[in-house]
Design a protein around this ligand. Structure first.
Ligand code: DAH
Length: 347
């Protein structure tokens, strides 16, 4: 039996040395050490030995098993290492192959226009500020002289959050006039772009969410002349030196006097007609409405703790979408919000 074990050991070690692949090694492991393996068969015959011989042979068999297991681990490590080495040699990386180009996007057309407008105003010394879209009715309406019962406060026009109608989605950036005046001392020169919300159905020229840019200047001796000068300068910077503007009287509760400013239609040059047809850009008006403006109402100044005997100011509010449509010759506002990249890539 001793010779038999010695033989098994020698054969096993030789076989292990000759094995080259992980699969062959596993096959060999089962053959050598498995339940049907040679070593197991020898161990099964132990029962036939004399009581003196049994422990000696048992010890020897265990030593043989341990040696085979040891060798098995060694071969496993060596084979794995050579497999890895072969793989590394076979798979080389060509670092000179050009990579995938990542296409850089660009700003949304609305942002492009906003940026342009902001640049112009910053150049004129305006401070650009941001404010809450969820607003108190006192800022959006009351302190702007828009009293209870005014039609613009109606639930059919404004999104309210509570029963008392005191918290709402701001309907105009004019709320920022109040916020800025209550926290800053004149002289003031503010620009507040932002989103506003109204209960409007979406169509080519309406959207329940749109953008406004609010402007406010308060100082001593500010007049309507300053308002006109500032707005004409700004519009020429945006629409070109030859842009023609006009002012019309209007009414806003928070300015007195109030006006609207129009730009002569760039398509029909004020005639209202193109090739004998009604101009589609201005609907035959010859003019395009750009913004509302006026001299800040003395009550509004007072509501913010500013003395109207000492200070005066002007304010204006314009729609950014309308500006983008005009500048980029886009005929439907919804295109600005659909975010179809085929459309956006044109700008
Ligand atoms: N907030 C007004 C609107 O939403 C626009 C406006 C008019 C703003 C006159 C002003 C202003 O600052 O003076 O229609």
């Amino acid at each position: 039996m001793k010779e038999q074990l010695e033989l098994i050991k020698q054969n096993a070690l030789n076989a292990l040395d000759a094995t080259e692949t992980p699969a062959a090694l596993e096959e060999l492991r089962v053959k050598l050490l498995g339940k049907k393996g040679e070593l197991t068969a020898v161990l099964k015959m132990m029962g036939k030995l004399s009581p003196e011989e049994r422990p000696v042979m048992g010890q020897l068999a265990n030593a043989v098993r341990a040696e085979i297991e040891n060798k098995l681990e060694q071969r496993k490590a060596a084979i794995n290492a050579s497999v890895l080495e072969a793989k590394l040699a076979a798979e080389s990386i060509d670092v000179t192959i050009p990579g995938d180009t990542v296409e850089l996007g660009h700003q949304h057309p609305m942002n492009q226009v906003l940026q342009q407008v902001k640049d112009i105003f910053v150049g004129l010394g305006y401070t650009v500020v941001d404010g809450p879209e969820v607003e108190l009715a006192s800022y959006n309406f009351t302190r702007l002289n828009i009293e209870e019962g005014h039609p613009s406060r109606d639930r059919s026009d404004t999104f309210y959050f509570n029963e008392e109608d005191s918290v709402l989605l701001r309907t105009q950036t004019s709320s920022m006039q109040i916020r800025f005046m209550e926290n800053n001392e004149p002289p003031l020169c503010m620009l507040a772009p932002g989103r506003v919300f109204r209960k409007d159905e979406a169509d080519a020229t309406h959207s329940p969410m749109f953008h406004q840019i609010e402007g406010l200047v308060v100082d001593e001796h500010i007049t309507m002349g300053d308002l006109k000068g500032a707005l004409i300068t700004i519009m020429r910077a945006i629409y070109g030196e030859d842009a023609q503007m006009r002012f019309r009287p209007h009414h806003f509760p928070f300015t007195e006097p109030s006006c609207e400013m129009d730009m002569q239609c760039h398509k029909c040059h004020g005639t209202g007609e193109v090739d004998g047809q009604v101009c589609s850009t201005c609907h035959g008006e010859g003019w395009i409405e750009l913004l509302g403006a006026g001299m800040v109402h003395p009550d509004v100044l007072r509501n913010c703790g500013i003395d109207p005997e000492k200070y005066s100011g002007f304010a204006f509010g314009m729609g950014l979408e309308r500006m983008a449509l005009g500048r980029m010759r886009i005929n439907d506002m919804r295109l600005l919000f659909d975010n179809d990249v085929r459309f956006l890539n044109q700008f």
